[in-house]
Design a protein around this ligand. Structure first.
Ligand code: ADP
Ligand code: MG
Length: 313
């Protein structure tokens, strides 16, 4: 039923005035009838209200079994933008590559205790692994290559799909949001993330629309919901690496919106060299280039996520 589709039909309904790739201060005042990159009108989400108390956290798995689609970039920058809005945020690096930890300037290769030690016996306390980052309100459970052994070691454990959930449980009350950066696979680590999440955020590179890939992912989400975690829902699809200058990008976007409708976030992340730069700098774009279009986009996404996905709003 599903096949890989590169779309050929395009709509002319776009009126896009930003030029991604040029980063400086692009237009961010939209007229009331302005059409956004999704083809829908811009819907400005207002600034979130400050919270007078924190927790319990909404857990969001950032998930796509394809690599290089912007999972890690989105986890860091959405997390940092949520922290700017006064939310207490915990980021979980669930990829043995440790790109999330590296992207926050953590020398992960040198760490003795990582997420691995939370999952595999003899487990350590979550607080022994938890660390602060340079961004206020943004904490991290780091990982390194040790985690690559966890999948095999967990196979013989009872309740192996719930290992991450058990580790996160003691700290959930301290945070408003937990974002889990998944590895590019649908293996046991990703199932652990889905089993303890409230919602899934799927970043999708606006290059090539693989309906088959997304169908595999939504199948996995449905299975986890049926068998392990009835509260799991699809939070939304985030289109990344959008380039308004190319017809191809606009065509892929039109197709994604046609298939997934309102599940697609209004916020779209444009392609810009600023993101690779931030990984080298080891900090989020919101502090590295606070006025850049990329920082503004992740703030807009944070407002959407707060309004749409967070329990306590
Ligand atoms: P994933 O975690 O899904 O593998 P990453 O977030 O690591 O993907 O992104 C893959 C590469 O693309 C990284 O080098 C990152 O800096 C870069 N990247 C991510 N988002 C963008 C973007 N919007 N524009 C340009 N490059 C991006
Ligand atoms: Mg990654």
């Amino acid at each position: 039923m599903f096949g890989d589709a590169v779309v050929t039909s395009a709509g002319d309904q776009y009126r896009i005035q930003v030029s991604p790739g040029h980063d400086a201060d692009e237009v961010d005042h939209h007229a009331a009838d302005e059409i956004g990159p999704t083809g829908r009108p811009y819907r400005e989400v207002p600034e979130p209200r400050p919270l007078d108390r924190h927790g319990p956290a909404t857990v969001i798995a950032v998930c796509n079994q394809k690599g290089g689609v912007g999972k890690t970039t989105s986890t860091i920058n959405l997390g940092a933008a949520l922290a700017e809005y006064g939310r207490r945020v915990l980021l979980v690096d669930l990829d043995p590559q440790g790109a999330l930890s590296a992207g926050l300037g953590v020398p992960h290769h040198e760490l003795e205790q990582t997420v691995y030690n939370l999952l595999v016996p003899p487990q350590v306390a979550t607080d022994e692994v938890l660390m602060r980052t340079r961004v206020e309100g943004l904490d991290l459970l780091p990982s390194n290559i040790d985690l690559s052994a966890a999948e095999i070691q967990l196979v013989t454990e009872v309740g192996r799909e719930q290992s991450l959930g058990r580790a996160l449980h003691p700290v959930l009350d301290r945070y408003d949001v937990v974002l889990i950066d998944c590895q590019p696979s649908l293996g046991l680590l990703t199932v652990n993330a889905l089993a303890c999440s409230d919602t899934v955020l799927i970043p999708m590179e606006c290059e090539y629309f693989s309906l088959r890939g997304l169908a595999l992912l939504t199948d996995t989400i449905n299975k986890v919901r049926d068998r392990l975690n009835p509260r799991l829902d699809l939070g939304g699809i985030l289109v990344t690496m959008f380039d308004a200058r190319t017809l191809h990008s606009r065509e892929v976007m039109a197709r994604v919106v046609e298939v997934f409708g309102e599940a697609v976030y209004d916020t779209v992340i444009s392609r810009t060299v600023r993101f690779p730069e931030t990984s080298v700098a080891g900090e989020p774009i919101t502090s590295w280039a606070p006025r850049s279009a990329g920082a503004k986009a992740y703030r807009a996404l944070a407002r959407e996520v707060i309004a749409r996905n967070l329990k306590g709003a």
